[in-house]
Design a protein around this ligand. Sequence first.
Ligand code: SAM
Length: 416
Amino acid sequence: MRKIIRFTPLLPKPVWKLCSCRCHTGSEAAVQQSEGGGQIQNKVNLKIFLFWCTFEFEIVGERVYSSFLYLHKIKKKCQRKRPSCPAVLDHFDRQYGEELGELWTSARTALLDPRSWQYGVMLNRFSVLTDITQKLQSQGFSALLPQTNSSASLCSKPSLQCYIHPLSLRFPSQAHRPGRLKQYYLINAASLLPVLALQVRDEDRVLDLCSAPGGKAVAIMQSATPAFLCCNEPDPHRREWLTKTLESFLPHCLSSRVTVSGQDGRLLGQTEAGFYDKVLVDAPCSNDRSWLYSSSIQQGAQRLKDREKLPLIQAQLLRSALSAVRPGGVVVYSTCTLSSYENWAVVEKILEDFPQAEPEDLWEEIAFPLSNYFTFSPPPNQKHAHPKKYALGLLVVPQNGKMWGPMFVSRIRRKE
Ligand SMILES: C[S@@+](CC[C@H](N)C(=O)[O-])C[C@H]1O[C@@H](n2cnc3c(N)ncnc32)[C@H](O)[C@@H]1O
């Protein structure tokens, strides 16, 4: 059904342009653009955010439903499509075209359209959540993971809760509210997979070796109450950001359990050998999404040059993590790149060097139950191998409608 919604910006300068309107019932609503004043009919809730915005309202017709309007600034620079960096794109085309074949063609299209990127809403169990869950559900968001509870209490069973929308709707990020914890963290839902793979249990000793800005540390604290979580980040600016994240999401009563350190993760394994039950190595990597939008050709070229050094640093971090974990404990290695040199090759190298390390197949536990939401790819040279084709790790490749990733995740157990 086509509806005309009379719209007049009630908005302050700079003027906003209404560019599209979609209803989660699936029907399209046409929007009458106007430069003058006016009203959104039956407005129930109006929110304005900078740049991409959500405009919530209700239309009273034969049916009542909520809808979203995306607004963006008329400013010319915002109307232009964000340019990708040609040097980086060319490099990715050559490497990923060979490694991923057809899957790269569709991943490329998805990555080159930031407006199609999806964002998950990870709830913070330490805040009051009733209004947020209702709001998310009324807007067509649904829970990605099975939920065990939704109350906010350290005594209740913790659970990682993330809401996702089938369309590329972006829930507004939450501003800092003095004295109040944030209710949610916007996250690429594929970033939760390393945390799920880590299987943190209450009273575990956990190390987040490369922790800033802290998204996965927050996710770890949603999934369990560890005895101890050390969040390590050597870069001082990023460590400050990490500290702020932890302050915004975790209550004071957890401060004895959650600490921040600033060591070089490559050396930490020696100083704290065998201390941890679980170690997450969310390694510095090529970060395909952001590299594609490098701010200048020079920055793109420099990143590609530095890229060659990454597999060595990643292997050093993984080796350090395997020293830090106790016999029988697990290390999860993750990156947000599609590059086989930073993913499978790093894991293969470590397994060669470290006879006590044993990879664990995550297909049954993680990939199969979530395959409706994520597209997984096996290693390039193993495309047709079976049945252990995911033994070294899972690679999430962004695809239209499943815009999560890139994310690589591998779990390695240190044998007893
Ligand atoms: C992919 S980011 C981590 C993202 C973070 N885990 C999250 O979920 O928000 C990688 C981080 O590793 C840090 N890093 C770089 N070199 C490192 C090293 N030698 N030891 C530990 N961390 C390092 C970077 O500064 C960066 O903050």
